[in-house]
Design a protein around this ligand. Structure first.
Ligand code: GEK
Length: 239
């Protein structure tokens, strides 16, 4: 969708983006497939009976799908939340299709809502895969505090984010490597430039140190970088 020269508006998760989303995120977020797969592999140790599991900024449900097939805990269900109507509608179709192909999946509800104002209930696990970077910086601490407050002791948040680096040279090198990754996935210079321009105002990235400090302030007691591929990362925060 960024292949032709066009007037680049502000990026939005609309129907046009939904059509290309699975392909786009795999080809632009280095390590995305490994992160999603491993959230499914690792999350079951945190899931507890009689508690909820939340997928925040669920898009087309990739994380929800791995969670609902990996977790076998009794009396748990998943709530997937996204504020894009187009994403919510399409993800409901994908999740139905998954139900027709596989048995013993956790029940799931997809809700169209803003994750910053949603009233969370008792949960053992949250996944927020590449979503916090779209939340205004001034709302991030309050959101993470709400998440920590609704987690049971020992509960966890898997949070993936594109990273910024304090050291200018490290930032430059890892960004250049990421651009090369995108070229290797078949993106042209024009596509890379146009997507960057359209994302500039909506996506604000932090350093791992900023994330860690904010998560600790929000009420988590342990914060680990469990995965990094170039400037894409995934963090585990335990209450
Ligand atoms: C995946 N987790 O495939 N409330 C709810 N949803 C929001 C909000 C908000 N305030 N702001 C943005 N979103 C997914 C990928 S994509 C990441 C997540 C990306 C939603 C937005 O509509 C979009 O679906 C998602 O967050 C971010 O693992 O596109 O780089």
């Amino acid at each position: 969708m960024y292949a032709q020269k066009r007037q680049c508006g502000k990026f939005a998760f609309n129907e046009e983006v939904v059509k290309v989303f699975p392909d786009m995120i795999r080809r632009s977020a280095s390590g995305y497939t490994t992160i999603v797969e491993n959230i499914g592999n690792l999350a079951p140790i945190f899931a507890k009976e009689n508690s909820l599991i939340y997928d925040l900024g669920s898009s087309l449900g990739a994380v929800s799908m791995v969670l609902r097939s990996a977790i076998k805990t009794a009396n748990t269900s998943i709530i997937a939340i996204d504020n894009s109507a187009a994403m919510v509608e399409k993800s409901r179709e994908y999740l139905k299709a998954q139900e027709m192909m596989f048995e013993s999946l956790l029940p799931i509800e997809v809700i169209e809502a803003d994750i910053t104002t949603y009233p969370y209930e008792r949960a053992s696990l949250f996944a927020m895969n590449f979503t916090l970077q779209f939340i205004p910086r001034e709302k991030r601490l309050a959101l993470l505090t709400k998440i920590a407050d609704s987690l049971l002791p020992g509960g966890a948040l898997f949070m993936s984010e594109k990273l910024r680096f304090e050291d200018a040279r490290e930032h430059e090198v890892l960004n250049n490597l990421h651009m090369q990754f995108k070229r290797s996935q078949g993106y042209s210079e024009l596509e890379i430039a146009q997507k960057r321009e359209s994302l500039e105002d909506v996506m604000k990235i932090d350093t791992f140190e900023e994330h860690k400090a904010r998560l600790l302030k929000a009420g988590f007691s342990e914060v680990y970088l469990w995965f990094q591929c170039l400037n894409f990362s995934s963090i585990l925060a335990i209450k």
